[in-house]
Design a protein around this ligand. Structure first.
Ligand code: ADP
Ligand code: MG
Length: 419
């Protein structure tokens, strides 16, 4: 019986899937061989299965480090369903009571638990470290591994302690996974986790069904209303930088007869989750939001993502626009750009530590050159992720469909950013 056959049988047995997606199979083989593994795959690519399946096939417990309690709970529930076994997966985080924590530890020590999800702040707790020292560990999976890097879009300082804690608990193979693919972030992760020799599995980050467009921000609100009316009944997300703008724009859209709700971290949690549900259940067409909206939200038929304000980094732009067209259908990505917004973003940075300002400026500059460029948007994005682009003309962005002369502002902006 060949190894591949065994893998496919287990895929079907545990998850009910007929085929592996993308790089899943070679990734899993590498993990089963006990090697360090680095997986770069866009959101929705199927990263979780890359550690879930081998954890079920290996002896011991896999430790999964994951940043969000809500995501952790979803994954644990899903694993228990797939395997029809409540002990197979557990999580350890601050939401558990003392007795629940004891029960988890009991199951893990008995060896019934194949996957133990741990929040990074729980991993740093001395009592948990002592506990994990007694556990037979198959491997460590670091999900959302970009949280390690200050060049990523969601830096978490606790993530930088993972390597030394792993050493303390007992070294084992490490699997790092992320949907962030800039070469800088990739290097940071590998260096910090001490896995520069890991085998790297990188999928293409191209999203052929997304249409990219950047417009000068002259009368953005009017343009947005016109755009939504031209796309009546379709679901869309509009990102704004400030909470105030979210509220203003939501109101303007509502006054204009558009079914819209707002979403930002300043709202109380019941309003926020109520508005999110209205969008997911399609009681409203549009959600106007800060970047607090989106992580872990899986609405496959979002037809457009509008950036009322330019994002702070190309990485952020890619992740946010990536929420359009997850089902493979149409996804229009429209961004409004003005030099004034860049000045505003620059000003926000001024109070921050110098090193952080430098990173912020560099990321902003990359966004500016994207916005002002006259060449294929997809080409710029993919090259930014270190991908080779053959043709350089995607035929599915504003610059390919409506070639224009080079934007005139770049030098001016570079000077203003003191670069
Ligand atoms: P990511 O973490 O890369 O964003 P997920 O692990 O959340 O992606 O998986 C996205 C979706 O793909 C999930 O609904 C998952 O069940 C599904 N999926 C994963 N692997 C397969 C497969 N081999 N066949 C079919 N569906 C899959
Ligand atoms: Mg994931």
């Amino acid at each position: 019986m060949g190894k591949n056959f065994e893998l496919s049988t287990n895929l079907k047995k545990y998850f009910g899937f007929e085929n592996f997606k993308g790089n899943q199979e070679p990734v899993i083989q590498n993990i089963l061989s006990g090697n360090d593994t680095f997986v770069l795959m866009p959101t929705g690519g199927g990263k979780s299965l890359c550690y879930q399946l081998p954890s079920l096939m290996l002896g011991g417990t896999a430790i999964v480090i994951s940043p969000l309690i809500a995501l952790m709970k979803n994954q644990v529930d899903a694993m228990r369903n797939f395997c029809e076994d409540d002990g197979v997966a557990h999580f350890l985080n601050s939401s558990l009571s003392k007795s629940a924590t004891l029960k988890v530890k009991e199951d893990v020590l008995e060896g019934t638990t194949k996957l133990l999800y741990v929040a990074p702040e729980s991993l740093t707790k001395e009592s948990n470290i002592e506990f994990l020292k007694q556990v037979k560990i198959s491997f460590y999976a670091v999900d959302e591994a970009h949280c390690i890097s200050e060049w990523g879009h969601d830096f978490r300082p606790e993530y930088r302690k993972i390597r030394s804690i792993v050493n303390e608990i007992g070294a084992g193979p490490i699997i790092a996974l992320t949907a962030t693919a800039t070469p800088k972030v990739q290097h940071d992760i590998q260096k910090n986790l001490g896995m520069l020799d890991a085998l790297v599995f990188k999928s293409s980050f191209n999203r052929p069904n997304l249409y990219y467009e950047v417009r000068p921000k002259v009368n953005a609100t009017r343009d947005i209303i016109k755009f939504i009316r031209g796309n009546a009944g379709k679901s869309g997300i509009i990102y704004c930088l400030s909470r105030k703008k979210v509220e203003e724009l939501t109101e303007t859209l509502q006054v204009n007869g558009i079914k819209a709700v707002g979403y930002h971290a300043g709202m109380d949690s019941s309003t926020r989750s109520g508005n999110q549900d209205k969008f997911l259940m399609e009681d409203v067409d549009v959600v106007v939001a800060t970047i607090a909206f989106g992580m872990g939200i899986d609405k496959p038929d979002v037809r457009f993502v509008i950036h009322y304000d330019i994002p702070k980094s190309l990485e952020g732009y890619y992740q946010e626009t990536g929420r359009a067209g997850r089902d493979g259908g149409e996804g229009r990505c429209l961004t409004f750009y003005s030099y004034k917004d860049i000045q505003k973003l620059e000003k926000f940075m001024q109070g921050k530590p110098v090193a952080e300002q430098e990173i912020g400026r560099q990321l902003l500059l990359e966004t500016v050159s994207f916005a002002e460029s006259a060449i294929c948007r997809r080409t710029i994005l993919l090259q930014y992720f270190g991908e080779k682009v053959e043709d350089g003309n995607c035929g599915c962005c504003d610059n390919c469909l409506h070639p224009k002369k080079e934007f005139q502002g770049e030098e001016f902006v570079i000077k203003a950013l003191k670069l």
